[in-house]
Write a protein that binds this ligand. Structure first.
Ligand SMILES: [Zn+2]
Length: 367
């Protein structure tokens, strides 16, 4: 057989023996001149831009800084060990002995809503994007009442049986602690179908005199309000050196959530900018998450828990207070329209709403 092939191919396509494997020269030539030109060489590093989130094992760009759990300075919710305890007492046996609220070594598990066949396929790690797109239809927004993301991770990982996919720090850095394929524990009945984010903010209170306002916010002579991280938290773990945060609005925001009159300082402009990019990314990558928030018949924000049947049918961005009656986050300061309109602009390719309507008008007039 080999002789026959060699006779047919003649001198131009001389066959070669490589070890005991017989590889026609034509295949070697074709490989050299086509495929290998673009294929990475063994040992080549795949470039990262530092704006990627991980969605069912795939990197998805957000166009805003992201630190993954596997990155230096990241927060890894896959680890069983406590992150900030003395390392010799961080193992599970010591952790459960020292912290009564820790009852599970893992703070995440498998999303439900899958068929038996899908469970068998994904339980070992084999999630694919279409399966995740089928299951995830909510993006739940929280404030962390920790003030900074490092402290938030400390509370979730070291003191509570809780987890969340994203944390958003005062300087706009997004931390991802788990692949979105995981069921993180942040919003009870919505855990299986949602992605969650904890935004660094000291939260909402009934009184302007609430102690965290005193500790965390200082009015400067020019009328601006500066965020002052208490000394017990050191530098707060901020990724941007020397970062000084300011609420997007200098005055306390007021509003009614779950029937309670609350006051709260706004999130930082850096947090809003990052959240807009992340929201757009999630609505694009997981399209069952509609780029909208829960509205009443007049198009106004619903400021309380959604009735069970409405929550069951709701697909989109929502607050923790839409899921549970005992929650008020992300509070009255959160600017829903700013985030959702901004994310929609990103999804449309960065055009302003007015420009978008104008261009549609031009198209209509031409048709
Ligand atoms: Zn919450």
């Amino acid at each position: 057989m080999r002789a026959a092939v060699e006779r047919r191919t003649g001198n131009l396509l001389k066959s070669r023996l490589v070890g005991s494997v017989h590889i026609p020269a034509a295949i070697i030539a074709a490989t050299i001149f086509t495929g290998c030109q673009t294929a990475p060489r063994p040992g080549a590093f795949a470039p990262r831009r530092g704006d990627e989130i991980v969605v069912a094992g795939q990197f998805v760009h957000t166009d805003t800084p992201v630190v993954l759990w596997m990155d230096p300075g990241g927060y890894d919710a896959y680890r069983v060990e406590r992150r900030f305890s003395p390392i010799e007492r961080s193992d599970w046996e010591s952790s459960k002995a020292e912290v009564r609220d820790l009852t599970h070594p893992n703070r995440f598990n498998l999303r439900s809503g899958l068929t038996d066949e899908e469970i068998e396929r994904v339980r070992g790690g084999g999630w694919d994007l279409p399966t995740l797109q089928k299951v995830v239809d909510q993006f739940v927004i929280h404030f962390d009442v920790c003030g900074v993301s490092r402290q938030c991770f400390k509370v979730l990982q070291d003191y509570r049986d809780l987890s969340v996919h994203f944390m958003l720090d005062l300087d706009g850095t997004i931390y991802q602690t788990l692949d979105l394929k995981e069921r993180a524990w942040h919003a009870t009945t919505s855990n299986s179908r949602s992605v969650g984010i904890e935004i660094a903010n000291m939260g909402a209170y009934r009184s302007e005199e609430a102690k965290p306002f005193d500790e965390w916010y200082r009015r400067e002579p020019n009328g601006q309000v500066r965020i002052t991280i208490p000394g017990k938290l050191g530098d707060g773990g901020m990724r941007t050196p020397g970062f000084v945060g300011h609420p997007a609005r200098p005055d306390l925001a007021r509003g009614t959530i779950q029937g309670q009159e609350l006051v709260q300082y706004d999130f930082t402009p850096e947090q809003y900018r990052a959240l807009i990019k992340l929201t757009a990314t999630l609505c694009k990558a997981l399209p069952k998450i509609r780029c909208d928030y829960p509205k009443d018949a007049d198009g106004k924000l619903i400021p309380h828990k959604l009735p069970d049947d409405e929550l069951k049918n709701y697909q989109g961005v929502l607050g923790h207070f839409h899921v549970q009656t005992n929650k008020t986050d992300p509070g009255p300061a959160f600017q829903w329209d700013y985030v959702i309109d901004g994310a929609r602009r990103v999804l449309r390719g960065g055009m302003s709403e007015a420009a978008d309507q104008t261009s549609m008008g031009h198209m209509r007039s031409r048709l």
